[in-house]
Ligand binder design. Structure first.
Ligand SMILES: [Zn+2]
Ligand SMILES: [Zn+2]
Length: 344
C-alpha cells in the first residue's frame, strides 16, 4: 500500500509499504480523505515536538475494511477516526476530562497517522458517518469536535451574544455551533476576506480587528492564538462573562491584576475534545452548505507538499485543505452510485 511520509522539513515522499496487521480489537480502515490543520503545518515545517519521519494526518475519514468481533462498526461502513489517545489514570482522565490528559497522544502527530491507504485503529475510535454527509468532508468532524468543546466550555445560553475572535477553521466551526444553539455571533479577524467568509457560518455581525464589534458579548471564544486578541477579549466581554481560549501561542500576554477580579470574569482554557466526534458529525450533516464551503482546496495524495505550501502562504482564502487518499477519479468511474461522496 502507499503511504505519504514526512521524511524531513517540508518534504513528503510517497512510498510503498506492507499493509498494517490489525491487533486485537482493531479495525482496518481504507482511508478516503484527510484534512490538514495548523498542527500538521508545524509538523511539516519540523517546528513541533514530533520526531520526523512520520506519517501525518489526524483528521481522517474512510471505509471499514475489516472489523474485530463484537465491534459496533461493520465491513463497508463509512467512518471517521477519533485520533486522541489518553492514559485513563491522571487527574484529568479520572474526572472524565480525557481531552486534557497529562500524557495524551494523537494519531498522525506523535505516531503514524492517516496519510496511508490503510490504517489499523481501535474499533472503539470509529464513528459512523451520517448518510447525508459526504466521506470527503467527514474528516472535518475532528476540528469541529474541538470547536464544539470550546463552545460548550463557555456554557452558551440561547439568545445571548457571543464574540468569536479568529476566523480560521476552529473559529468558523465554533460560530456554526454557537449559531445552531441560538447564540447571536459577531466574528472578528485581521483579514477582511475571512471576516466576510464567517457570514456563511452564521455570523450576524462581522468586524475587522480594531473596528467596533457592536453590542457587548457575555461570551467570547478566542480562536486566533494572538496575544492582542486575548486583550481584546477581556476588554470586550461583559462583567461576569466568560472568555474561552482555544487558540494557542508560545507568546506571552501582560495582564493587569485588576482585569479579572474587577470584571468577575471566567477565563477558561479548552483543549481537544471529550469524545465529541458523534456530535460533530451531526453538526456537519445538519449544515451541508457551510460544511462544503469550509473545504476550499482538495488535492490528491501525491501533492501533500503543495497542500502545505498553500496552507502556509494563505495569499488566497484558504479554509481547509483536503487530501484525497483514495484515487477519486478511479472511484467515480467504478463505485456504485451513492457510494463515492466526493464533492465536485
Ligand atoms: Zn488538527
Ligand atoms: Zn490521562
Amino acid at each position: 500500500m502507499r503511504v505519504a511520509r514526512t521524511l524531513r522539513r517540508e518534504h513528503v515522499v510517497l512510498s510503498g509499504t506492507a499493509q498494517p496487521a490489525p491487533g486485537p480489537g482493531e479495525a482496518l480502515v481504507r482511508v478516503h480523505t484527510v484534512t490538514l490543520c495548523g498542527t500538521d503545518l508545524h509538523i511539516w515545517e519540523d517546528d513541533y515536538a514530533t520526531e520526523l519521519p512520520i506519517v501525518q494526518g489526524h483528521e481522517i475519514a474512510g471505509v471499514v475494511e475489516t472489523a474485530p468481533p463484537g465491534a459496533e462498526v461493520n465491513l463497508g461502513d463509512r467512518v471517521v477516526v477519533s485520533p486522541m489517545r489518553w492514559c485513563g489514570e491522571c487527574h484529568a482522565c479520572r474526572i472524565g476530562r480525557m481531552n486534557a490528559c497529562r500524557s495524551s497522544s494523537c494519531l498522525g502527530v506523535y505516531t503514524d497517522g492517516g496519510l496511508a491507504e490503510l490504517i489499523a485503529v481501535p474499533a472503539t475510535d470509529l464513528y459512523r458517518i451520517p448518510d447525508t454527509l459526504p466521506t470527503g468532508l467527514a474528516p472535518l468532524a475532528e476540528p469541529a469536535s474541538i470547536a464544539m468543546q470550546a463552545v460548550l466550555r463557555g456554557r452558551p445560553e440561547p439568545g445571548e451574544r457571543a464574540l468569536v475572535l479568529g476566523c480560521g477553521p476552529i473559529g468558523l466551526l465554533a460560530t456554526l455551533h454557537l449559531t445552531s444553539l441560538g447564540v447571536e455571533v459577531t466574528c472578528v479577524d485581521v483579514d477582511a476576506d475571512r471576516v466576510a467568509f464567517a457570514r456563511r457560518f452564521g455570523a450576524v455581525r462581522t468586524a475587522v480587528a480594531g473596528e467596533a464589534t457592536g453590542p457587548e458579548p457575555s461570551l467570547v471564544i478566542e480562536a486566533s492564538g494572538s496575544p492582542a486578541a486575548f486583550g481584546a477579549a477581556l476588554d470586550a466581554v461583559a462583567t461576569a462573562g466568560r472568555v474561552v481560549l482555544v487558540g494557542i501561542s508560545d507568546r506571552s500576554v501582560t495582564l493587569s491584576m485588576r482585569t479579572l477580579p474587577v470584571k468577575d470574569v471566567d477565563v477558561l482554557g479548552s483543549r481537544n475534545s471529550q469524545r465529541r466526534m458523534g456530535e460533530a458529525l451531526a453538526l456537519l450533516a445538519a449544515h451541508p452548505e457551510a460544511t462544503a464551503a469550509l473545504v476550499t482546496h482538495r488535492l490528491p495524495m501525491d501533492r501533500v507538499d503543495e497542500a502545505f505550501a498553500l496552507l502556509r502562504a494563505a495569499d488566497e482564502l484558504v479554509g481547509k485543505v483536503a487530501i484525497d487518499v483514495v484515487d477519486t477519479v478511479h472511484e467515480r468511474l467504478t463505485a456504485p452510485a451513492g457510494r463515492t461522496g466526493v464533492p465536485a
